[in-house]
Design a binder for this molecule. Structure first.
Ligand code: PHE
Length: 440
């Protein structure tokens, strides 16, 4: 139970409430959602199970675990590289994750101040613009959020955090249901649902498919060793399949519900559905501003969202911290500070992407756009690919069957997915999207 809670705490975060709706908005809705669900089931689930079983078998940080298991299976210890790439991906993701975690904290303060009470869409957008336009404000809350994350990781993850998760995820979901009720009454609920659930495949590009797959990895926290690091603490007798399924169901339900809350609000208020990263910070303040008791509900919602982001940020730090602690024999506090400050410094690039360096664009866009693309659309899918290859082809049937509780039907299905479906699926989508594979 504690494990499922910890992994759920890692999985449920800004990916579900912030990134899923805005990415779905940018890529045109229905077809994107369908591909996303397909990726969660056919690729995400088997990869998550692989990460957990690798983590539990190695019982070390991801870098050392990959080296150990590589050797144990009579193959190369160079598999440690896979762990190392995961550690780097975690650092890069946390660098911008913390900036948006900072937004959620800032919005608690803003809602409480009453600026959104009875505000119109233009007012809410003006507040967002003023906040985003000031690198000092964004930077300040980025600093606060990162400080909080370092603090918890430095003190050791267990205890308080697990208890927080147990309360936080269900309460967040409850508030989401209340918001759903509000959305249903906007008069644009059907329109929102149609956007999310009517697939229009003519709008679907290969880049959108890759983004859906990357989003599945991001939301489930897989492809970079975070779940592997948590798996290291999993008791022998716990079922990996059941745990992974529970996490995937919780995570997906929350993401889909968030979409069902946000899209009707977008249509009801004539907002731009492709608004990008700040979509959540426009739609929700607007809704809370019009609700009775919206100040309290709104503040509570953003408190919970900050918590959800916090528990995810901690898991993003964990693999790098575990690695520094074990490899360089540092204390947790030193390691957490070292890694956290590094992430913070890289994060300044994202802080500046919306103001001072807004027009500084290269490759995919701003600094944030580039780090986002590199991590979510490149590092996580490729990390997932190699994790699948490792679990499916490098590890022996005996080792994996032992971890997954014997060679029954579900084991055979997992092995089929992890050996064939996941690797070919990931590779195909990746090559197609970056234009290296030209099939008509
Ligand atoms: N899954 C987290 C979220 O949805 C983000 C995350 C990604 C956490 C990768 C850990 C590892 O917000």
């Amino acid at each position: 139970m504690a494990f499922v809670l910890a992994v759920t705490g890692s999985a449920v975060g800004l990916g579900n409430l912030w990134k899923f709706p805005y990415t779905t908005g940018q890529y045109g809705g229905g077809a994107f959602v369908l591909v996303y669900l397909g990726c969660v089931i056919l690729i995400g689930m088997p990869v998550m199970m692989s990460e957990i079983l690798i983590g539990r078998r190695g019982r070390r940080n991801p870098v050392a675990t990959m080296a150990l298991l590589g050797a144990e299976e009579g193959k190369s210890t160079n598999w440690s590289w896979l762990g190392a790439i995961g550690v780097i991906a975690g650092v890069l993701i946390l660098s911008y994750y913390s900036v948006y975690g900072g937004y959620t904290v800032a919005y608690i303060v803003k809602i409480l101040s009453g600026v959104f009470s009875n505000a119109k869409a233009t007012d809410v957008i003006a507040v967002r613009d003023a906040f985003e336009g000031s690198w000092v404000s964004v930077g300040l809350f980025h600093t606060i959020f990162m400080g909080l994350s370092i603090f918890v990781v430095a003190r050791g993850v267990e205890g308080g955090l697990e208890r927080a998760n147990k309360f936080m995820v269900p309460t967040l979901f409850l508030l989401l249901i209340i918001l759903l009720g509000y959305s249903m009454n906007t008069g644009h609920f059907a329109e929102g649902l149609a956007f999310m659930f009517t697939p229009d495949f003519s709008k679907l590009t290969w880049e959108a498919v890759l983004a859906a797959m990357g989003q599945a990895f991001f939301s489930l926290s897989i492809g970079m060793g975070a779940v592997m690091a948590y798996g290291a603490y999993l008791p022998e007798e716990t079922s990996i399949t059941t745990s992974a399924a529970a996490v995937a169901v919780a995570d997906t339900t929350i993401a889909i519900t968030a979409g069902m809350v946000i899209f009707p609000l977008v249509f009801a208020n004539g907002l731009d559905i492709g608004a990008g990263p700040s979509l959540l910070f426009i739609t929700l303040p607007l809704a809370f501003g019009q609700m009775t008791g919206g100040t309290i509900f709104g503040a509570l919602f953003f408190v919970l969202l900050s918590f959800a982001a916090w528990t995810s940020a901690i898991s993003l730090l964990e693999s790098a911290v575990a690695w520094v602690v074990e490899k360089y024999k540092r204390s947790r506090a030193e390691a957490a500070t070292l890694i956290g400050v590094t992430c913070w410094a890289i994060g300044l690039g994202t802080v500046l992407s919306f103001n001072v360096l807004k027009d500084f664009r290269f490759l995919r866009g701003t600094i944030y756009d580039n780090i986002d693309f590199l991590t979510i659309n490149v590092m996580l899918p490729l990390g997932g690919l190699f994790i699948a290859i490792f679990a499916g082809w490098v590890m022996s049937r005996n080792s994996t069957a032992e971890e997954l509780g014997g060679a029954g039907t579900s084991y055979r299905l997992w092995r089929l997915l992890v050996r064939f479906a996941a690797p070919t699926g990931i590779l195909f989508i990746f090559l197609k999207a970056i234009g290296l594979l030209k099939l008509s």
